[in-house]
Ligand binder design. Structure first.
Ligand code: ARG
Length: 460
């Protein structure tokens, strides 16, 4: 027998390299406070059903609370030869309170313990992430409401298409993040299920009460099947899928922010505190925050693929492979939290350069569709209207003039259906105001949509 916690059936100690290779304590110590929380609930439940007496329970809980403080104060003696966070804490408990500490693991395995720890930990992280998502949504909604009348070019194929309002564009971003918010809350339901009692894989022979631990730990219900309880990591995959979609959205927003801060677009200004300069080019102000968020998207996609691949061939029930779930999950959490915080801080500080946006919308013949619709209202077939407006635009390109800058005579060269009232619809203001229905870009619609978004957020 060796002196390891499972040393009874072993004749020689673990190879020194294998010990380091298989240890997880270097990263899973991040779960320590949740591990302790789970252990306190487990000990409380064991005493409730008579497996521990009250004195034993109290000794265990006091010891665990001491250990929680040591970890907090960074004085806890972490040891690689104790492999993981669970055995480090359990060994320390026995060191502190004596043999009673060895009773904590009754009716439990590290397999249901780790599943519980990750779920408790991820649930707290999800709640913190939700708060940041709410802050980002609020920032987008308020900036949108302030820019319900600010006109900019709308794009398809990144070519000027039709004028829209900046507020409408921002509310499109808000819709993306609102869906991510729903996905996060949906994922949380499947995180919040309680594995304890599954023990190693088959359940336990002790008269446990899983409802007690469920309630003590704030879970919604005990996991239904012990084999599934110890081996399911779907919830981590789902969370990482949520994170991938969110980062994809933040990356799209980043791309636009980067474009818009360029001298060529010059639609917005990002405050200096979110930018950095160049060590060689004195004129530079670089939009590092959105660039970095765009760049970080890749690592989150990678983690999603890691987790899916990690799980794809595992036979039931627990396998050591599962230890590989933590680093991708932790890095996903850090990346999501950092990116969201940066965005939630930055969005309210975005300054729109309304004059530049307006001028850009005028340059791209963005009211061409409005002219075609005008002709259709006067009885021209849409295909003919399309051709007439196409010729008018070609004329504008030759003479460097927007449609609204042409004289009535000029416009009438291409169709005598055009009359003086055409200038009402060729303005950018007229164009956006005409798209006056739910989901349209008219300023009144944008204000109403911002209000609906506030209400929807308040009732989530
Ligand atoms: N460190 C392990 C993990 O992260 C904890 C569970 C280990 N269980 C076991 N039977 N080796 O998954």
């Amino acid at each position: 027998s060796t002196n390891q916690s499972w040393g009874g059936r072993f004749n020689e100690p673990t190879d020194a390299f294998v010990e380091r290779f298989t240890a997880s304590v270097g990263f899973d110590q991040r779960l320590a406070q949740h591990d302790i929380r789970g252990s306190i609930a487990h000990a409380t439940m064991l005493a409730r059903v008579g497996v521990l007496d009250d004195a034993e329970r109290d000794a265990i809980i006091d010891g665990l609370n001491d250990i929680a403080q040591e970890i907090e104060a960074d004085t806890f003696p972490w040891s690689i030869s104790l492999e993981d966070v669970h055995m480090n804490i359990e060994a320390r408990l026995t060191e502190k309170i004596g043999i009673v500490g060895k009773k904590l693991h009754t009716g439990r395995s590290r397999n249901d313990q780790i599943a519980t720890d990750i779920r408790l930990f991820l649930r707290d992280e999800i709640d913190a992430i939700e708060a940041e998502l709410v802050r980002l949504r609020e920032g987008l909604i308020e900036l949108a409401a302030n820019h319900a009348d600010t006109i900019m070019p709308g794009f398809t194929h990144l070519q000027s298409a039709q004028p829209v309002t900046f507020g409408h564009h921002l509310l499109a971003w808000q819709e993306m993040v609102a869906r991510d918010h729903e996905r996060l809350l949906d994922c949380r339901k499947r995180v919040n299920v309680m594995p304890l009692g599954a023990a190693a894989l088959a359940g336990t022979t002790y008269p446990i009460d899983r409802h007690v631990s469920t309630e003590l730990l704030g879970f919604d219900r005990p996991a239904e099947n012990s084999l599934d309880a110890v081996s399911d990591r779907d919830f981590a995959i789902e969370f990482t899928a949520f994170a991938s979609t969110l980062l994809m959205h933040l990356s799209r927003m980043s791309e636009e922010l980067v474009l818009w801060t360029s001298a060529q677009f010059d639609f917005i200004d990002l405050p200096d505190r979110f930018c950095t300069g160049s060590s060689i080019m004195p004129q530079k102000k670089n939009p590092d925050v959105p660039e970095l968020v765009r760049g970080k998207t890749g690592r989150v996609y990678g983690h999603l693929m890691s987790l899916l691949t990690l799980m794809k061939s595992q036979p039931l029930a627990y396998n050591k492979d599962n230890q590989e779930d933590k680093e991708p999950l932790f890095d996903t959490l850090d990346t999501v939290k950092g990116s969201l915080r940066a965005f939630a801080d930055m969005i309210p500080a975005v300054e729109a350069k309304a004059d530049n946006m307006y001028a850009a919308a005028r340059r791209g013949f963005s009211t061409a569709t409005d002219l075609a619709d005008y002709l259709v209202r006067k009885g021209v077939a849409f295909r003919d209207a399309h051709e007439i407006v196409g010729q008018s635009v070609a004329h504008g390109i030759r003479h460097d003039k927007d449609l609204s800058e042409m004289s009535l005579d000029e416009l009438q060269q291409f169709s005598d259906t055009v009359e003086a009232d055409v200038f009402d619809i060729l303005t950018l203001e007229g164009s956006v105001a005409a798209r006056n229905h739910i989901g349209g870009t008219a300023p009144d619609q944008v204000r109403a949509a911002a209000q609906r978004a506030r209400d929807a957020l308040a009732t989530m």
